[in-house]
Design a protein around this ligand. Structure first.
Ligand SMILES: [Zn+2]
Length: 227
């Protein structure tokens, strides 16, 4: 079966004598691996069909039982040319790419594709980068995938306001739901919940301008610990 999909190239590795393996986040098919046969050869038509950290349209032979798909042809749609030439940008998108390859489920939906393309587009143009951008990206992704709860209501009774974050359970609760003798964890307030909501809902340019308080950073630190 032949498939056509747009994909953001996250990693390119040498394969055998003259080929390359492309790992990319595709719009409709989640993470995909494509073998670009002979792409290390100067005259290969596949050479110009993709680039690391750029967006391409790929046409490839697809089989459900195969991990590697064979690239037939491709066309670069959008190049983020500042990413390879600026160390901080390169380093950030490399870390994000490794995170996606390691943690995003194979059948990831279009949301994560769109959000990641927007993120790369933003970083490419940005003049300054927030130190917390990687953490923001991961938190946002985990919340959207339902792996960590939204901080909009108590994780035990569903009421508001939430007042404590329990690190051992990774949930936020209201004051009525603290059990007898239970450690109250980190006291949080509306400021923290607003900052978390901000990271979840705003665009990357707005998020980049956000300076979070120490308390929020502490909560993020716990949420990101085993990631
Ligand atoms: Zn409660």
């Amino acid at each position: 079966m032949i498939k056509v999909d747009c994909a953001l190239v996250l990693r390119v590795e040498e394969f055998m004598e003259s080929s390359l393996i492309i790992t990319a986040l595709s719009q409709r098919g989640g993470l995909i691996k494509l073998v670009a046969k002979g792409a290390q050869r100067l005259k290969s038509p596949l050479r110009m069909s993709f680039q690391l950290f750029s967006l391409s349209e790929f046409i490839f032979y697809y089989k459900t039982d195969r991990e590697l798909n064979i690239l037939k042809e491709g066309k670069i749609l959008e190049v983020f040319d500042h990413l390879p030439e600026n160390y901080n940008k390169f380093s950030l998108v490399s870390t994000i790419s490794s995170y996606i390859i390691k943690s995003v489920p194979q059948e990831a939906g279009e949301d994560i594709y769109t959000d990641t393309v927007n993120f790369f587009r933003f970083v490419n143009k940005a003049n300054t980068l927030n130190q917390d951008l990687y953490n923001f990206f991961v938190i946002r992704n985990l919340m959207r995938q339902g792996e960590i709860p939204y901080f909009n209501a108590c994780g035990r009774c569903g009421n508001e306001p939430i007042e404590f974050f329990l690190p051992s359970k990774k949930i936020a609760v209201c004051k009525n739901c603290i059990k007898e003798g239970e450690d109250t964890g980190i006291a949080i307030d509306r400021g923290t919940t607003s900052e978390i909501k901000f990271v979840l809902e705003k665009n990357w340019q707005e998020i980049n301008a956000l300076s979070i308080r120490d308390k929020t950073r502490e909560v993020f630190g716990v949420l990101l610990r085993e990631q």
